[in-house]
Design a protein around this ligand. Structure first.
Ligand code: DON
Length: 572
């Protein structure tokens, strides 16, 4: 960071943080009566996630002697039950972790295109691309990766898997009381649930769901028990696999037994870079997130953004133009690096990035039509969910996981009780045809059997003095990398508190469409000034749900849960 490193930053931390949260020392979880806590300051460990019952589950695991990886796994499994729009068994995700011995890991459990998938599978004879098929129903699903990812991560945990999965089994079997958000979301989903399922899932109800109703998921509990008893084979083989294949047959899906059996989570080398004294650890391809954040932070580089001030006209314009340029590169160059040679070194090269900013003109907007992907120097209600965990030994975990759209493909595997993803839409189904987040792409992200679709998910860990300093991530499709970028800039450059960095209005630009999206509450004066310079605006109710854990000077953990949802921070 431009902040002249160590000591000064530590001093800032001491003065800029106002610990006002309380520690949660209550033991046990009551799924029929629970409250939300937005912030906590803790000494022994902290968990932030999209649902209080999931965060509390993670906390219990920490208290039981589990480490951050154990807690993250248990939290993620609990989310699969209490947060069905995004927490999942039928989706995928990424985990970035920094183990207390210094090892940095990235686990890729992104969904994979089925073996029978093909580049033009959503294009009809007349050349029309059918996003309805890539976004809903059986054909929209990639081969799920979550269960494989959980077991790949479990190697870094301490507790036996049975202990990690039991809270999720209990929540599914005995039920939990739903909150207003969930009731509303489920009511809005009824028609689609009927359309995309021949076996009515438990989420279908004849009278409207209301806050306080108890949701019991017996099929899901049984699936979780098979996973508990048989490991990954409890999902990818045997009864669960059979139920998935039967579901595919009912809806003309193409996932086969072989696709399931062959699915592997991949341990990857994280994408890391240094920024003004911090080391930033992010996800490599098939997530664009780590590289995009790298590009954006480097483009800010020496422009002294700290002097411009948070959400000043100058800072917003600079960050917007940077986001625009990074996303132009995403569309051209990024995809699953196992299938397409992504020029990562080149597009994160200092000289290349400076060249990208050469036509930046602070007096006016640079239209996206004149921004092309960089010349290589040679001679995205939608739902995903993020959780952050840290423990007393300094193990730090950032997980972002998704079904893609809210409730994924809207198809529940009959008899198995979980939603399948609609992640195929994250591929570029036809060059130039936007996916549900408006992102476009070409051959780098074209569909191929076994290939993983390009993601924006950006689980990120920042080290300071070689120790965890920030754990950050959010849902939000293409707004994910820009929200993580803003959070890092807000904390590292503008020296903001974690709460402000999470709660203050966000903005987003992704090259195409050429629109600056701002959250409600974004300063009107800045908006008007930028409109005069040629920026087109669109207002959104909310951008992302950022979960942050910040390690304070002195070593305590400040965990902040986003206030844009029921997100909850726990610690002890
Ligand atoms: O991997 C991706 O980039 C998308 N499938 C993420 C979807 C998402 O964040 C939806 N949440 N609001």
């Amino acid at each position: 960071m431009k902040r002249r490193t160590g000591l000064i930053l530590v001093a800032f931390l001491i003065f800029s943080c106002h610990p006002s949260g309380k520690s949660n020392s209550s033991a046990g979880i009551n799924p029929y009566q629970y409250s939300i806590q937005k912030k906590t300051i803790a000494e022994n460990g902290a968990v932030v996630s999209a649902h209080p019952l999931a965060s509390k589950t993670g906390l219990e695991i920490l208290k039981m002697g589990g480490n951050a990886i154990d807690a993250a796994i248990a939290t993620q499994l609990a989310l699969a039950v209490v947060y069905p729009q995004a927490g999942n068994l039928g989706g995928g995700g990424f985990m970035v972790a920094r183990i207390s011995d210094g090892e940095e890991i990235a686990i890729d459990y992104r969904e994979m295109a089925p073996g029978r998938a093909s580049r033009d599978m959503y294009i009809d004879w007349a050349g029309m691309a059918h996003t309805d098929k890539s976004q809903d129903g059986h054909l929209a699903s990639g081969v799920p990766g979550t269960v494989a990812g959980i077991f790949a991560a479990a190697k870094y945990g301490k507790l036996p898997f049975e202990k990690l999965v039991q809270p999720a089994i209990d929540l599914a079997e005995k039920g939990f009381v739903i909150r207003q958000h969930e009731a509303r979301a489920l009511n809005g989903l009824q028609d689609e649930l009927k359309k995309f399922n021949t076996i009515a899932p438990v989420f279908v109800k004849n009278s409207p769901w209301k806050e306080g109703d108890t949701l019991v998921q017996t099929d899901l509990a049984n699936t979780l028990k098979r996973i508990r008893d048989q490991g990954p084979a409890g999902f990818y083989e045997g009864e669960t696999a059979r139920l998935i294949i039967e579901e595919m047959k009912r809806g003309n899906g193409i996932i086969t037994y072989d696709d399931l059996k062959n699915y592997k989570a991949k341990l990857r080398t994280p994408h890391t870079f240094n920024y003004k004294g911090c080391k930033i650890i992010g996800m490599p391809m098939p997530s664009s997130g780590g590289v995009l954040v790298h590009q954006m932070m480097k483009m800010i580089g020496d422009r002294n953004i700290a002097s411009m001030g948070f959400e000043s006209e100058q800072a917003v314009q600079l960050m917007t133009e940077i986001e625009r340029r990074a996303f132009a590169d995403r569309a051209e160059y990024m995809g699953d690096a196992d299938y397409y040679k992504v020029p990562v070194d080149m597009i994160t090269n200092e000289v290349y990035l400076q060249e990208r900013m050469k036509n930046y003109d602070p007096s006016k907007a640079t239209p996206s039509s004149v921004i092309k992907p960089g010349v290589l120097l040679r001679a995205e209600s939608k739902e995903t969910t993020h959780l952050s965990v840290i423990d007393k030994d300094g193990n730090a975990v950032a997980i972002t996981t998704t079904l893609n759209n809210s409730y994924g493909s809207k198809t529940v595997v009959g008899g198995a009780g979980f939603f399948l993803n609609d992640e195929m839409d994250d591929f570029s189904i036809k060059p130039g045809v936007p996916n549900m987040y408006g992102a476009i792409g070409g051959s780098a992200n074209a569909i191929a059997p076994g290939k993983r679709m390009l993601s924006s998910m950006t689980p990120t860990i920042v080290l300071k003095d070689n120790k965890p300093f920030l754990i950050v991530g959010t849902p939000g499709g293409t707004t994910i990398p820009t929200s993580v970028f803003q959070t890092l800039v807000d904390i590292i450059e503008f020296n903001m508190t974690a709460e402000d960095a999470v709660y203050k209005p966000k903005f987003h630009h992704q090259w195409l469409p050429d629109t600056l999206e701002v959250e409600k509450g974004f300063p009107t004066a800045v908006r008007e000034a930028l409109q005069k310079k040629g920026y087109a605006f669109k207002e959104r109710n909310s951008i992302g749900r950022t979960e942050v854990i910040k390690v304070l000077a002195g070593g305590k953990f400040e965990a902040v849960a986003d206030n844009r949802g029921d997100d909850d921070a726990e610690g002890w």
